[in-house]
Ligand binder design. Structure first.
Ligand code: ADP
Ligand code: G6P
Length: 737
């Protein structure tokens, strides 16, 4: 039976050594806590790092580490301390983490880190391939493993691979500063489906792909030369029932069943009338805005001294990545701030901040969630923030106020919380006042709405939605209308070619015989190509027609010495074998003077675009423009032109990064069919890559072999992935006679 292979850097279990024995504790962090329940319920194996370096595990305990992992359907990946330094503390947490959270000043670009990142990503990919069997689904997680999808794809091209990024994806302007940006994007694009928590991260990613790699992006689909990659947002939920049930159980505890922490919390609440606890829980990470939060709390106490002795900030910071200097510095800063503020405001019976720097068992987390009437979560940037969702899920009597930073991914779905900008102390202080004064009915009303949503969009639903979308990419692949030309199909076509008596091949030029270049004049045919076409055409009973949108002068000069038929400007001109050009249609050019200024206006406003002037048509090229602006302007120009040219017998053709205006009666389909009149070809072949070639595919007889270059929607019967595959195919024609 097929299974799901989950891969993340950290396993959901954390192994440590206490007195020569292995201890297993749950890992902290949104990814591990969230995905755990999906893993527990399904048929999956989870590959990841158990938290100890190879050197830290004594030889005699190595087998036991694997066994502990295996007990929970996990596979422990061994990483040496050098690998952990370069890959984990290095590239993952000193380069990608700060950059993706917009902390550019913390971002280090170090070649050695990058080397280790590649090495360890390859190690993870190899580990996946050990467990992968045909039909399995591979789900790669997070920023530590950005290269894994493509590394797996290279070895298992048919695999179904999903990737989910649990942290923000920054805007193009920030991402572009990464020296290895191309490799990173190509790495992720090995996946069939790429998921983000929010639409903003999704569009930042798409924009980087389109601007940096220049792949075609249509809405949320990226067209690669050989595949289509889907990108979508799936906001991660929590195991709602688990938190709700834990809170319900918690309230059933008798006094002597309560934890020490719970007793201390109770003591505070009972000792002061109107007392309130404000909760804050995070890993000790500079993205979480912990220092800013303490300062905002100071601002609040300064401004509203009436809350002194009434409120207490209960702050839980979980140790994290303490080998990275910024985390160590932050630890010092937070220690100092807590000390200073406690010194400034404490009274004999009260300290304003209770600060815990440690991990806590699940029961204590529930004590905190259920006892604190306010949760103050103010990250500067956060991919999602599951703590916010967990807090709401444990409020089983529906009271409690959540104050949440608008910079957290969770803020998009939690509108009923008090949403604040963490840099605005006045706003934070106001939100605290609002929270204290909020009538219970209002709290209940807000929380009920939040709870309804969180219950519905649980982590289970999140994982299922992602999986469903991932499976759909496989179905799409299968349902792709045209058929890839495999070796076998190519042989069948060649057999037909050989057997037939009279053959014709219609071949498009740009994007089919040669790749696109930034300047159209740079796409000259090379000698090998010229020879290939000459040889093909010189075969007995075989006509080769190059059919292009190019102007006749360029096409004519490039193919001057090759005696083949040329059709230029989509069918306006035909050059016979003897070299004579004929105007094929009754086309006109007077309209050009009226249309040219309109296009010129778009050229002026859209850097990187230009007009190509042909004898009977005008083309506006936008390949070199900013891809997003280019698409917007192309749409605008197309609409403007359609209005302008109505009733003039003209049409606008939308090609590959080009708009062309020409006489309506002219297209490649009509031009091909004209060639067939009165002839008895029994083998017709047409190949092309863009929209203008679709006219040939649609209008040629059904028995024709029509072939699209690249994976795009098409009326052609077959497709090949690239221009080099086109040449292979043409060489086969040459060799088969
Ligand atoms: P991040 O993924 O950046 O760490 P999240 O808020 O998304 O932030 O996830 C944090 C997860 O870690 C939550 O599921 C929370 O329950 C868990 N967690 C936070 N603090 C502790 C702690 N002290 N002990 C155990 N688990 C914790
Ligand atoms: C965030 C990341 C996770 C990571 C977790 C804990 O949630 O998205 O990938 O596992 O933080 O960080 P750590 O470095 O301890 O794994």
């Amino acid at each position: 039976m097929s299974k799901t292979i989950i891969i993340s850097n950290r396993l959901p279990l954390q192994i440590s050594i206490e007195n020569d024995h292995l201890e297993v504790t749950p890992s902290v962090g949104g990814l591990a806590t969230g995905l755990k329940s999906f893993h527990k319920d399904g048929d999956s194996v989870w590959i990841g790092w158990p938290g100890l370096t190879e050197e830290e595990i004594p030889e005699k305990l190595k087998g036991e580490v694997q066994k502990k992992a295996k007990d929970e359907n996990c596979v422990a990946v061994n990483l040496s301390s050098d690998e952990i330094d370069g890959f984990y503390y290095g590239f993952s947490n000193r380069t990608v983490w700060p950059l993706f959270h917009y902390f550019m000043e913390y971002t280090e670009a170090d070649d050695t880190y990058w080397k280790f990142y590649k090495q360890v990503n390859q190690k993870y990919a190899d580990e996946i391939l050990k467990y992968y069997e045909e039909g399995d689904v591979i789900w790669v997680h997070d920023y530590q493993l950005l290269l894994v999808p493509n590394m797996v794809r290279e070895k298992a091209p048919e695999a179904v691979i999903g990737f989910f990024n649990h942290i923000p994806f920054p805007s193009y302007e920030v991402f572009r500063t990464l020296p290895w940006r191309d490799e990173v994007l190509e790495g992720v694009l090995g996946a069939d489906l790429i998921g983000f928590h929010t639409y903003d991260y999704e569009r930042h990613f798409l924009s980087s792909v389109s601007r940096i790699l220049r792949y075609q992006v249509d809405f949320n689909e990226i067209t690669l030369p050989d595949r289509i990659v889907k990108v979508d947002s799936f906001p991660m939920g929590i195991d709602y029932k688990k938190f709700e049930q834990a809170a319900l159980d918690h309230f059933k505890n008798t006094e002597d069943q309560q934890s020490e922490l719970q007793r201390r919390l109770n003591h505070h609440l009972e000792s002061t009338p109107d007392a309130k606890l404000i909760l804050s829980i995070d890993r000790l990470d500079y993205t979480k805005g912990i220092a800013l939060r303490i300062r905002a709390f100071e601002y609040f106490l300064d401004k509203y001294p009436e809350f002194i002795e009434k409120v207490r900030l209960v702050m839980l910071a979980v140790p994290s990545r303490s080998n990275v200097p910024q985390y160590r510095r932050l630890k010092r800063e937070v220690d100092e701030l807590v000390g200073r503020i406690n010194g400034k405001f404490s009274t004999v019976s009260w300290t304003p901040i209770w600060y815990f720097y440690r991990s806590m068992p699940f029961e204590n987390l529930i004590d905190l969630y259920t006892s604190c009437g306010i949760a103050l979560l103010t990250p500067i940037r956060d991919g999602m923030n599951l703590v916010a969702k967990e807090y709401i899920a444990t409020r089983t009597n529906h009271t409690g106020v959540l104050i949440l930073s608008e910079m957290a991914g969770a803020a998009h779905e939690m509108n009923e919380a008090l949403i604040i900008n963490p840099n605005n102390f006045e706003q934070v202080a106001q939100a605290l006042c609002t929270a204290f004064g909020m009538p219970e009915e209002e709290q209940i009303q807000r929380n009920k709405m939040l709870q309804k949503r969180l219950r519905r969009y649980s982590v289970e639903k999140w994982a299922n939605d992602f999986m469903k979308a991932l499976h759909a990419t496989r179905e799409n692949r299968d349902a792709f209308k045209s058929i890839r030309i495999t070796q076998k199909i190519s042989e069948e076509i060649m057999e037909q070619f050989k057997r037939s008596k009279k053959r014709i091949l219609f071949i498009d030029y740009d994007g089919t015989l040669v790749n696109f270049t930034d300047k159209p004049e740079n796409a000259k045919p090379d000698d090998e190509l010229k020879e290939l076409i000459r040889d093909l055409n010189s075969q007995e009973n075989t006509d080769v027609v190059l059919i292009s949108g190019r102007d006749k002068n360029t096409l004519g000069s490039w193919w001057q010495d090759i005696p083949i038929e040329l059709i230029s400007e989509h069918g306006v001109w035909t050059r016979q074998i003897d070299g004579e050009w004929e105007l094929s249609e009754n086309v006109k050019s007077e309209w050009m003077d009226a249309v040219r200024p309109v296009i010129e206006n778009f050229v002026d406003r859209t850097p990187g675009t230009f007009i190509e002037e042909k004898n009977y048509s005008l083309a506006w090229h936008y390949r070199k423009a900013d891809p997003e602006l280019g698409e917007i302007r192309a749409n605008e120009l197309s609409n403007t032109l359609k209005e302008l040219i109505s009733n003039r017998g003209l049409s606008v053709l939308e090609g590959n990064k080009v708009l062309e205006i020409k006489s309506s009666g002219v297209n490649k389909g009509k031009a091909c069919n004209k060639k067939l009149v009165g002839e008895d070809y029994d083998f017709i072949f047409a190949i092309g890559d863009d929209w203008t070639d679709e006219y040939m595919f649609r209008e040629l007889p059904e028995t024709s072999y029509t072939v699209k270059v690249g994976i795009k929607k098409t009326s052609a019967r077959y497709y090949v992935e690239s221009t080099s595959k086109v040449r292979d195919l043409l060489n086969s024609f040459k060799e088969s006679l």
